[in-house]
Design a binder for this molecule. Structure first.
Ligand SMILES: Nc1ncnc2c1ncn2[C@@H]1O[C@H](COP(=O)(O)OP(=O)(O)OP(=O)(O)O)[C@@H](O)[C@H]1O
Ligand SMILES: [Mg+2]
Length: 223
């Protein structure tokens, strides 16, 4: 469950370059819903997604994620919570280029002190769900954009979080790979994940597994 109440984000508050990036955001996303945050460049999508993901704090208002007021959690609790509950897929993937696909996907498991057998099982499972296991020994730097995207999603999924957040997941993909991504999102929804996508891509406009499209304009939700 994600519940945002009267949420504001003001960058550079009280400075000359103060900028209100989010204004009075009220949003409720139920468990297992798939929601698209839609808006033009600069409208505040990434800011909103990063607050939901606990990577950015609101200036005021409340962000309840799985019943936790994440902005108020002490840092250690926040990072534990994020590691357990949230998978984040960055627009530019942020893979470690000189590591293999397999090793990239193990990264989120490092703090969890699991045994090798468990790690192998979890990584292989994530790679299979995303259908990238055939590339598991390849270095990230040798993958295509679409393949990198899949590895980034496998990494977000490996810890079995309830919530998966994706920032502009089709921005670096061609049409064919964008269609593949849509299929993966549908699979995530079927796995019971709560999926939130920030995008300006019209490919998300008419998908039957999308429960809600939230339009954002100048930092505000508009109908
Ligand atoms: N750290 C920051 N400091 C100051 N201003 C910021 C910061 N981060 C974002 N902004 C501003 O907030 C606004 C919203 O940015 P955000 O990245 O959320 O937009 P977006 O909708 O994701 O855009 P895009 O589609 O280009 O990714 C922009 O005008 C941006 O310049
Ligand atoms: Mg953005």
């Amino acid at each position: 469950m994600i519940r945002l109440t009267n949420l504001y984000k003001i960058y550079n508050q009280s400075l000359q370059n103060e900028f209100v990036a989010l204004k009075n955001i009220n949003l409720h996303i139920k468990n297992k819903e798939c929601v698209v945050l839609k808006g033009v460049s600069g409208s505040g999508k990434s800011t909103l997604l990063s607050i939901i993901g606990g990577m950015n704090k609101p200036t005021s208002g409340e962000a309840l994620i799985e019943n936790k007021a994440i902005a108020k959690l002490p840092d250690l609790h926040l990072s534990n919570f994020r590691a357990k509950s949230i998978g984040f897929v960055f627009q530019s993937f942020h893979l470690i280029e000189n590591l293999s696909v397999y090793d990239n996907v193990t990264v989120p498991l490092i703090p969890h002190q699991k045994d090798t057998e468990q790690i192998t099982q979890m990584v292989n499972n994530a790679l299979q769900i995303i259908k990238i296991d055939h590339k598991k020994n390849d270095l990230a730097k040798n993958l295509s954009g679409g393949e990198k995207q899949r590895v980034a999603i496998a990494r977000a999924l490996v810890n079995n979080p309830n919530i998966i957040l994706l920032d502009e997941p089709t921005a670096n993909l061609d049409i064919a790979n964008s269609q593949n991504l849509i299929t993966i999102l549908q699979d995530l929804k079927q796995l019971g994940k709560t999926v939130v996508i920030a995008t300006h891509d019209t490919i998300f406009d008419d998908l039957d597994f999308v429960d809600k499209i939230v339009h954002i304009q100048n930092g505000e939700i508009v109908e």
